[in-house]
Design a protein around this ligand. Structure first.
Ligand SMILES: Nc1ncnc2c1ncn2[C@@H]1O[C@H](COP(=O)(O)OP(=O)(O)OP(=O)(O)O)[C@@H](O)[C@H]1O
Length: 354
C-alpha cells in the first residue's frame, strides 16, 4: 500500500504536484493518468524518495522510503528510459545492480528470462531497441521481487506482442497481491489493464475511482438508432418526452433510455429499425472530457486557428501559459530532478531462500 497525504512539490514558481492525497492498494493494477506535464513523473519520483516534497507525505506500508529496512523487498520501479552503462552487457548491468543490493546472482538469469531477453543477455544495451531497453528496465524493477511495483510508461516503444506481455505481467503481479501503479498515455491499453484509476491535472487530483465508474461518470451513454423513418420516430419519441438527436450520417442518438425501451417504442409505433446499438464512451473520451480544462499544451491546426481566432478553443484555457512553449511545440524537457532517472538504491536486505 502506498499512501499520499497532501503531497506537494514546487519548483520555484511552478507547482508540479499540488496537495495530492490518495492511496494505491495491493491486488489491483492502478492506472495513473494525466495530460502532459500534469505531474505524474514528479509524483512517482516523490513516492520513490528520489526527490523530496515541498510539503506533505508519502508512506509505503506505513513507512517513509528511507525508513524501509529492505527497500528492495518493497519497491521496484521503471521510470523514464534510463541510460545504461555502455560498456556492460545486459547480464552484467543487472548483475551489478543485484550484487550492490545483496540479491543472489541467480536472480539475474530469472528476470532476463521473465522479460524475454535471455538470448541477448551477453549483448550491450547500447545496441538495444527502445522496446528492448524497456524490457531491461522492467527486469531491473523485478530484480528484488518487490511487493510494490511502479512503472512510468512501461509500454513505450514496445510492439503489440510486447504490449500484450506487459499487460499480462501487470495483471499477474497484481493477482499475486502486489501493489502495481502504472502510468501510460495509451488509453486503449490502460482501459484493459487497470482496474482502478488515479487521474491528475496540473498537479491536482481529479479522480480516484474504479475504471468502470470513471467512464460512466465522465462520459455520455446513448443509443444509436437507424431507421428508414427517422422523422416519424423522432416525433414518436418526442411524444414520450424522449430526445433523439439526428446526426450527419442519418442516424439518431437517443439519450437517457435503455436500448430495450427504444426498441419497444419503435415496435409500438410499427417503425422498422436497421440498427439499435447502445454506445458507451471509451476511456479516452472520458479522460479527454474530464481533463479538457487542465491540458497545459494544446496543439491546434491552422484551420482551427483561423476558425477560432487568436483566442484558441472556445472554453479552453489559454493556449500558452506563462513560460510555456509556443502552441504546438512539444513540452520542454524539465531539468533533471535530484537523482532523477536513476533506479532506487536498494538496500542489502535480500532474504536468501524466499
Ligand atoms: N526538476 C524540475 N524543475 C522544474 N520543473 C520541473 C521539474 N520536474 C518537473 N517539472 C515541471 O513540473 C510539471 C510536471 O512535470 P512531470 O514531468 O511530473 O509531468 P508528467 O505528468 O510526468 O508529464 P508527461 O506526461 O509529459 O511525462 C511540468 O510542468 C514540468 O515542466
Amino acid at each position: 500500500m502506498i499512501e499520499l497525504e497532501g503531497l506537494t512539490k514546487r519548483y520555484g514558481e511552478k507547482t508540479a504536484v499540488d496537495h495530492l492525497t490518495f492511496s494505491v492498494r495491493p491486488g489491483v493494477v492502478t492506472g495513473f493518468l494525466g495530460p502532459n506535464g500534469a505531474g505524474k513523473s514528479t509524483t512517482m519520483r516523490l513516492m520513490l524518495g528520489l526527490d523530496s516534497p515541498t510539503s506533505g507525505d508519502v508512506r509505503i506500508d506505513g513507512k517513509h522510503y528511507d525508513q524501509l529496512q529492505e527497500p528492495l523487498n518493497y519497491i521496484g520501479a521503471l521510470l523514464e528510459a534510463k541510460s545504461v552503462h555502455g560498456g556492460r552487457t545486459a547480464y552484467n548491468h543487472l548483475l551489478c545492480l543485484a550484487q550492490s543490493n545483496g540479491i543472489p546472482d541467480r536472480r539475474v538469469s530469472e528476470v532476463l528470462d521473465m522479460v524475454g531477453l535471455s538470448a541477448v543477455a551477453k549483448k550491450r544495451p547500447k545496441g538495444f531497441s527502445l522496446g528492448m531497453g524497456q524490457r531491461l528496465g522492467i527486469a531491473a524493477a523485478l530484480l528484488g521481487d518487490p511487493k510494490i511495483l511502479m512503472f512510468d510508461e512501461p509500454v513505450n516503444g514496445l510492439d503489440p506482442e510486447g504490449i500484450h506481455w506487459v499487460r499480462n505481467l501487470m495483471q499477474q503481479l497484481a493477482a499475486e497481491g502486489r501493489t502495481v501503479f502504472v502510468s501510460s498515455h495509451l488509453m486503449s491499453e490502460m482501459s484493459v489493464t487497470a482496474e482502478h484509476l488515479v487521474v491528475i491535472g496540473q498537479g491536482k487530483l481529479m479522480a480516484d475511482t474504479s475504471m468502470a465508474d470513471f467512464i460512466a461518470e465522465n462520459s455520455r451513454t446513448y443509443v444509436r438508432v437507424r431507421t428508414p423513418e427517422p422523422e416519424r420516430f423522432r416525433d414518436a419519441l418526442g411524444t414520450e418526452g424522449i430526445n433523439a438527436a439526428p446526426t450527419s450520417d442519418g442516424s439518431l442518438e437517443v439519450d437517457g433510455q435503455p436500448a430495450a425501451r427504444v426498441g419497444e417504442l419503435a415496435a409500438h409505433h410499427r417503425i422498422v429499425l436497421h440498427e439499435l446499438s447502445p454506445q458507451k464512451a471509451s476511456l479516452e473520451e472520458a479522460f479527454m472530457r474530464l481533463t479538457a480544462e487542465s491540458v497545459e499544451y494544446h496543439a491546434h491546426t491552422q484551420a482551427q486557428t483561423q476558425a477560432q481566432g487568436p483566442g484558441g478553443m472556445p472554453g479552453a484555457p489559454p493556449i500558452a501559459p506563462q513560460g510555456a512553449p509556443p502552441p504546438g511545440a512539444p513540452p520542454q524537457a524539465p531539468p533533471p530532478p535530484d537523482g532523477g532517472g536513476q533506479p532506487p538504491q536498494w538496500g542489502a536486505g535480500w532474504k536468501e531462500g524466499r
